[in-house]
Write a protein that binds this ligand. Sequence first.
Ligand code: MTE
Length: 315
Amino acid sequence: MIIKRSTGIVSSEITDEKLYTNRRQFMKQTGSLALASLAAGFLPSTTLGCQTGADAANPASALLPDELTPWEAVTGYNNFYEFGTGKEDPARNAQGFVTIPWEVKVSGEVEEEKTWDFEELVGGLEVEERIYRMRCVEGWSMVIPWNGFPLASLITRLKPTSKANFIEFKTLHDADRMPGQKRAVLDWPYTEALRMDEANHPLTLMVTGVYGKTLPPQNGAPIRLIIPWKYGFKGIKSIVSIRFTQKQPLNTWRASIPGEYGFYANVNPEVDHPRWSQATERRIGEFRRRDTLMFNGYADEVASLYSGLDLRKNY
Ligand code: MTE
């Protein structure tokens, strides 16, 4: 498959590959992931454990450069509740997860409902590398070189009807293969959805790889969604169902805790989570907190999608 490189971040902000390789070497030597994450910021070891969370001393944090988050953190510090609720559970528990064969059922407002074999679904779509800032609703962030194709090109292939206003995704529901589903921590299967204009936006990606490699199971193999201007929970993993709908679907986190999680989940430093501020974030591997940017720094590209919408009500 062709890999075209493009990025949502200007290239001068990105760590060059040599630096990255050296850093990985360093992390191999130091061993633990926790150390590796901290080391990525090139901080002296005396700063370990001194994180205060305060950002007052760092008013220019929004201008800090973006560096790629190391592979070890991208693939070792995950949220994937189907494999456990701890950050290190998915890397451990998803190891034997088999993704061949894989089918995706396409239904709803579409010319032809059909269950697609994964290879047929994605075959011929041009894979690009996109380096995106990622912001989790919990307050941590990463910079990740994803490999995937615009969701828009898949939508064209699936031929939704003119009645399709939303697109809904579901994760595999199989507690034998996803042991975390034996506990009712969420209402399985994990479900997410987008408005069609959000889905067709060129930044919205269907991801099949990371760092130029096939997506590891803990990151949502074989196929997951990435929307860089939204909180990470919109990026549903290991998708087996795509449904086009007229009405706005109910997404898992909103169904679970409606007072805390909405449908849009746009990154917005001005709208706090009811239990914590969203004004700053901890970039994995850094010491000081950074300012969180409106739409995660992608406002120029996506703000127009929401003109006229009250973002405090529609969080
Ligand atoms: N998708 C499923 N099916 N289950 C999950 O628990 N967690 C979400 C999202 N997609 C989740 C999911 C959350 S909260 C985040 S922050 C991102 O996945 C994390 O993606 P990453 O592990 O690749 O960084």
